[in-house]
Design a protein around this ligand. Structure first.
Ligand SMILES: *Cc1c(COP(=O)(O)O)cnc(C)c1O
Length: 425
């Protein structure tokens, strides 16, 4: 370790033996991080190939206003996403206000009164409980519109393939899976597991629409859920695929029929994806996509290192550093609301923006529990830039994700840890 780095870490408040752990974590994870970088490079070649094959040119970066007719940049973006996901169609829009909105359009667009929706990965992400309406009567939810819902729980955090056979019905209209861990102490689903689940689902309900909540999962593995049979995936552009440059937005990709149905929900039946001004934002969405594999790679390197370092520091982490990853999220069990607050303060102090702010927990729309969020990011709430979220509920976990460089994640984790230590002093 270079003496300047050592000095910096000591001045940040690490004890000498912790600086050793910092170094150990860097050495131990080296080979795995190298593999992560190589995969990121291969994925960036794939993005580049798609951009070139679709003939990206300067005119596509200009954008449109008003209805957005003939917006070739927007159309090219849709085509490139469809190519990357290996599917017929995609809808990439700044008019999606969030990942939840994109997922909701996929669900509402493809379900009708009397249809059944089944989640086979247990409880969906927090914000989907008001979309589905299964926890409490919610006006405008799927259940309010006459869709029925059931969920098959995970068994020891894994998919219950055998259970699916008896749980699904031949006329189940839509089956839902969540790839990432969400705010839960569970593993993310690998593409292989998702593929295996889809085979089982097709045996029982061959006609159903299989939708995957792909948030935080994009570009983490070589393949996406659509490469193993998913009909529809959705996510947020202020997460992985926006590459930290997209200012807002979301996407859906899948079969032409499933994407069109969602587009009719986003705008209006008959209009779908043919309107929607890009207002000059296609440039950052395209450039963000080009950079996304690299940023996701850095975020994964950071998560891998953080898992190793925090474990050396005696904290329980999920996944462990050498585990297979299918999302960019690193969960760290902190055990108390005070520890969550301390860790978040440290991460907040490491951001380029609002580093002097103190994160406070609040109940955001769609969430049931207060959430503490540390994120000194250029794009508000952008979790591909480094951020830490803590739903304030047992077992009091911090979910750390993102980071445009390993060095930045390291600083964030070090400050989080020192802040935790000051708590017990
Ligand atoms: C972030 C996330 C969402 C919803 O995203 P928003 O953009 O915050 O609405 C849905 N599912 C999972 C697993 C997520 O991580």
């Amino acid at each position: 370790m270079a003496p300047v780095i050592r000095e910096r870490l000591l001045s940040e408040g690490l004890r000498p033996e912790q600086v050793e752990n910092f170094q150990q974590a860097t050495l131990r994870t080296r080979e795995l991080r190298e593999q992560i970088r190589e995969r990121a490079h291969r994925l960036q070649w794939r993005v580049l190939d798609a951009l070139q094959a679709r003939g990206l040119s300067e005119v596509h970066l200009l954008g449109s206003t008003g209805y957005g007719y003939g917006d070739t940049g927007r159309e090219l973006l849709d085509e490139v996403y469809a190519d990357l996901f290996g599917c017929e169609a995609a809808l990439v829009r700044l008019q999606f206000v969030s990942g939840t909105h994109a997922i909701a359009c996929g669900l509402f667009g493809n379900l009708r009164a009397g249809d059944e929706l089944v989640s086979v990965s247990g409880e969906p992400y927090d914000t989907l409980s008001t979309v589905i309406g299964q926890k409490a009567p919610t006006p405008g939810s799927l259940i309010d519109w006459g869709v029925s819902y059931r969920q098959l729980e995970l068994v020891d955090g894994s998919l219950d393939y055998q259970g699916m056979r008896s749980f699904l019905r031949p006329d189940t209209k839509m089956v839902f899976l969540q790839r990432s861990r969400g705010y839960a102490w569970r593993k993310s689903l690998s593409i292989e597991q998702i593929g295996k689940a889809i085979e089982v689902i097709r045996e029982i309900a061959p006609q159903c629409v299989v939708m995957v909540d792909n948030c935080y999962g994009e570009l983490v593995e070589e393949r996406e859920p659509t490469h193993v049979g998913a009909d529809l995936v959705a996510g947020s552009l202020i997460k992985n695929l926006g590459g930290t440059l997209a200012a807002t937005g979301g996407y859906l990709a899948g079969t032409r029929a499933a994407v069109d149905a969602a587009a009719y929900r986003l705008t209006a039946p008959g209009i779908g994806g043919e309107q929607g001004a890009s207002l000059g934002f296609s440039r950052s969405m395209l450039q963000g996509l080009f950079q996304a594999p690299i940023v996701v790679g850095h975020a994964l390197e950071g998560a891998c290192w953080a898992a190793c370092f925090m474990e050396l520091e005696g904290l329980e982490v999920s996944p462990r550093w050498e585990d297979h990853r299918s999302d960019i999220v690193q969960a760290i069990r902190l055990g108390s609301p005070e520890a969550q607050a301390a860790f978040c303060r440290g991460v907040q102090r490491s951001g380029p923006v609002d580093s002097k702010a103190t994160p406070e927990a609040w109940v955001q729309p769609g969430y049931r529990d207060p959430i503490l969020m540390a994120g000194g990011t250029f794009i508000a709430g952008s979790s591909l830039e480094m951020s830490a979220d803590c739903p304030v509920r047992p077992p009091f976990i911090a979910y750390l994700q993102g980071g445009v460089s390993l060095g930045h994640v390291q600083l964030g984790v070090v400050r989080g840890l020192v802040s935790l230590q000051n708590l017990t002093k």
